[in-house]
Design a protein around this ligand. Structure first.
Ligand SMILES: [Fe+2]
Ligand SMILES: [Fe+2]
Length: 194
């Protein structure tokens, strides 16, 4: 399956993150925790699909370990994570999920895939920008996370093809990716992952 075009995140987003890195870390911790919960929800929703349950159980553990690592970084720097706030990007992406048999699961997996792909792109951007800042020691941490999220993007898109099959997967992925690029560009930059 060909990867659809990915619009690069604007520099103004990266500048917002670097201008308030503690706020970014707090949001990042929240995103990892939500990603773990989301994987558990998918597993709980489809107990009769062993491939899905196994992949989601592994993913939930991995995302939770990312959450633990971000929290450790924050505590080492004397930072406390704030309350979870609604993520307008994730909300807009979830609004793209259609209801109905054969559509809901496909869209859910493809939307998750695209959110992971954006995470990979943004963590890589952050890793490249950290040298020369007070947060330079986190460069390796963020490039490792970029690799993980890249793998998750591949896992979710492969899972969609495997579990949902059919000719609809690739065109729907391209359609959703076009929406994702537009949603990402329309949001005001914040010191947050999205
Ligand atoms: Fe993660
Ligand atoms: Fe992920």
């Amino acid at each position: 399956m060909d990867a659809p075009p990915l619009t690069t995140s604007p520099d103004r987003w990266l500048q917002a993150v670097l201008a308030d890195f503690p706020a970014f870390l707090s949001d990042h911790a929240s995103c990892e925790k939500k990603a773990s919960g989301m994987a558990l929800n998918v597993a709980a929703h489809y107990p009769d699909q062993p491939v899905l349950v196994r992949t989601m159980a592994d993913l939930a553990v991995e995302e939770l370990s990312h959450y633990r690592e971000v929290i450790r970084v924050m505590l080492e720097h004397g930072l406390v994570a704030g309350a979870d706030v609604r993520d307008p990007y994730v909300k807009a992406m979830q609004a793209l999920i259609r209801q109905g048999p054969g559509r809901y699961l496909l869209d859910r997996l493809l939307v998750a895939a695209l959110i992971e792909r954006r995470g990979a792109e943004r963590f890589a951007r952050i890793a490249a920008a950290l040298p020369g800042t007070p947060w330079a020691s986190l460069q390796g941490f963020y490039s490792a996370l970029a690799t993980s999220e890249q793998r998750h993007w591949e896992q979710f898109s492969q899972l969609a093809a495997r579990v949902c099959g059919g000719a609809e997967v690739a065109p729907r992925l391209h359609e959703l990716a076009a929406h994702e690029n537009a949603i990402m560009l329309a949001l005001p930059p914040r010191a947050a992952l999205h």
